[in-house]
Every structure is written in C-alpha cells, then in structure tokens.
Design a protein around this ligand. Structure first.
Ligand code: SAM
Ligand code: DTB
Ligand code: SF4
Length: 329
C-alpha cells in the first residue's frame, strides 16, 4: 500500500536543499513524516552475527575484514549451525525480532552456501525474521535464499556512484544494483543503505540518498552507518564527522523514504544517549541490538534497555509484511 507523500523522483539538488535546511526545520519535517507513517515511539531491533569472519577478497577501504588491509581481524571458517542457532536464541530472548547473518564473502559459493540456507530455515523455524548479507547474488542464489524463507537481504550502496571509486575497486556500483534487483525479483525485502563519515562531501551524501530514494519500491530497511574507524584500514585516520551531519543524514533518509525503517547502525558505541535520542527524533526507528556488530563493538542490550526506558521507547513487535510472513509459514 502506498501512503501519501511517497515519491521516487528525488533529485540530488533537491536532497541537497534538505541537507541545507536549518537543523530545527529539518528535524521538524522529519518528525512530521515519521509520525505520518510510524508509531514514533517504536524501534525495531535486529541482532547481527558474523557467521564467516575475515579474509574477504574485496578491497572496501572501510572494512576490517578485507584481506587487502592488515587489521586485528583474523580469517575464520564458517560457524557451525549449532553455534549460530544458540546466538539466534539468545537474541530472541533478549527481544530482537530479526536475526541478521553476515559473511565476509564477495559472493556465496558451494557447500558453504547450502549450510547458510540451512541456518536460514532454522532461524525461520524459531519464528524470527531472517536477514543475511553474503555479498553479490545472481538470480539463482537469490531464488534459493527466498525459497529458504529469507525475509531481508542486506546489500549496501555504501556511498554515491562518484565517491564509490575512492572506496571500492574490486566490484562496481552496477554489480551492487544488479544484486538488489535479483533480491527484489525473488520477493525478498531489501535492506540497503550506506556509510557516513568516509571523507565524502555533502553532495556525495545527497547522491547516495538519491540513489536509495529513487528505487521503486524503496528499500524496506535503510541502514545508516557512521564509519567505525578501524586501525589498519585505509580510512583509519579520516577526519572526524560532525555528529550533526550524521543526524541530518538520518533526517533526510526519513523524509525521502517515509515508509522505510531507517536504521541507526554502526557507530553507536561512539554516541552518547543524547546523540542517539536526536537520531530517533530525526526518524531512526531501528537499531542493531547486541554487544557486537560484525567484528567491532556495539552498545550492550542493558544499555539500550536503559536508554529506551529514559526515552519512553518500545521495541517494535515485528515488521515483515504479513503477505511475506504467510508465504513463509
Ligand atoms: N560482505 C558483504 C557485503 O559487503 O555486502 C556483507 C558484510 S559487509 C561487512 C556489510 C556492510 O557493513 C558494508 O556494506 C558496510 O556498509 C558496513 N561496514 C563494514 N565495515 C564498516 C565500518 N568500519 N564502519 C561502518 N560500516 C561498515
Ligand atoms: C550494515 O549496514 N551495517 C552492519 C550490517 N549492515 C551488516 C555491519 C556494520 C559493520 C561494522 C564494522 C564491523 O563490526 O565489522
Ligand atoms: Fe568484504 Fe563486505 Fe568487508 Fe567489503 S564490506 S571487504 S565485501 S566483508
């Protein structure tokens, strides 16, 4: 169902105009949009697990898992299904509704892919939403994931097409868009966003949001990550981001993709409660919940519960569209 105000024709210039608004005007507009589409006091909780860590052949400059950089992250084998299920059960007990499995792969292959399909089936059997982020997908891989019951596939654009060349050289922007097309045509929900704080300009940021907001339909889930500067990556010394610029990016994502869940993603460890509250006010309504992201730290669950209590926020029960839920039943 289309709610009024949803558009797919945003230009980069128009989005730059949103970024240039006085902060209070921008936040007011984002909050109005948010309230027209969501309960403003509900936040969706997703828990991440790195099921295959490190040793990745891609050269993403921000990523501690790329084998092109020397970081503290060591290459590990695919986790055993039992360990993954244990983590999913703990996530569910702590209140997460979605379990997201990440693999440091260029693309899924061979027996490892079959094992991941099995993990997805088991997460679904636990009555949780399942999400995976495994790199590029062709049509057949997307179909297999969908058949296994996967609700969401995460594949980020990361930045705009122009700045992209500075960040990743081992796969193209077009290849990312092709993966997203394959996910969409197999009926899964799309989780797609990017990173702020990699040294990009406001125009690059507006360009990234324009790419996302011109998709029809919009990605159901839009993770906005603040770069985690990991030692050993080429971006370890990039200039600090003005936190207000991060909050503005959340607000602009909310205004341009009014019915999407906008996720306040990586970088929360660096944020105090007041900063996170401003992100929620700007329209963020999802977080990664649990003490670890993939290889770096996150706020722990107790900390988030205390913040929710201070702000009167409630965890959202479940967000997968009922049609998809019934198809998966
Ligand atoms: N290998 C798969 C891929 O790239 O699609 C899945 C995992 S990859 C780690 C998922 C996303 O995590 C990246 O697209 C990027 O947006 C985000 N990410 C990775 N390292 C990050 C960092 N240091 N700070 C913020 N976000 C990061
Ligand atoms: C996304 O947009 N952010 C998550 C998830 N999708 C897979 C990953 C953040 C990773 C941060 C660095 C790390 O922990 O390795
Ligand atoms: Fe590999 Fe994904 Fe990291 Fe890029 S972001 S190096 S593809 S794990």
């Amino acid at each position: 169902m289309l709610k009024s105000g949803t558009r797919y024709d945003w230009s980069v210039e128009e989005i730059m105009g949103l970024f240039a608004l006085p902060f209070n005007d921008l936040i007011f507009r984002a909050q109005q949009t948010h309230r027209a589409h969501f309960d403003a006091n509900e936040v969706q909780l997703s828990t991440l697990l790195s099921i295959k860590t490190g040793g990745c052949q891609e050269d993403c400059k921000y990523c501690p898992q790329s084998s092109h950089h020397s970081t503290m992250v060591e290459s590990e084998l695919l986790m055993k299904k039992e360990e993954v299920m244990k983590a999913a059960r703990i996530a569910k007990e702590k209140g997460a509704t979605r379990f997201c499995m990440g693999a440091a792969w260029r693309e899924p292959k061979g027996r490892a892919f079959d094992l991941v399909l099995d993990m997805i089936r088991e997460v679904k059997a636990m009555d949780m939403e399942a999400c995976a982020t495994l790199g590029m997908l062709n049509e057949e891989q997307a179909r297999k994931l969908s058949d296994a019951g996967l609700d969401y596939y995460n594949h980020n654009l990361d930045t705009d097409p122009e700045y992209y060349k500075e960040i990743i050289t081992t796969r193209t922007y077009e290849e990312r868009l092709d993966t997203l097309k394959n996910v969409r045509s197999e009926g899964m929900s799309v989780c797609c966003g990017g990173i702020v704080g990699m040294g990009e300009t406001i125009k690059n940021r507006a360009g990234m949001i324009a790419q996302l907001a011109r998709m029809n339909p919009h990605p159901e889930s839009v993770p906005i990550n603040m770069l985690v500067k990991v030692e050993g990556t080429p971006l370890q010394d990039v200039a600090d981001l003005d936190h207000f610029d991060f909050i503005r990016t959340i607000a602009v994502a909310r205004i341009t993709m009014p019915a999407s869940h906008v996720r306040l993603s990586a970088g929360r460890e660096e944020m105090n409660d007041e900063m996170q509250a401003l992100c929620f006010l700007a329209g963020a309504n999802s977080i990664f919940y649990g003490e670890k992201l993939l290889t770096t730290g996150n706020k722990d669950a107790e900390n988030d519960q205390a913040l929710f209590a201070r702000l009167g926020l409630r965890p959202e029960e479940r967000s997968t569209p009922s049609s998809r839920r019934m198809a998966n039943a």
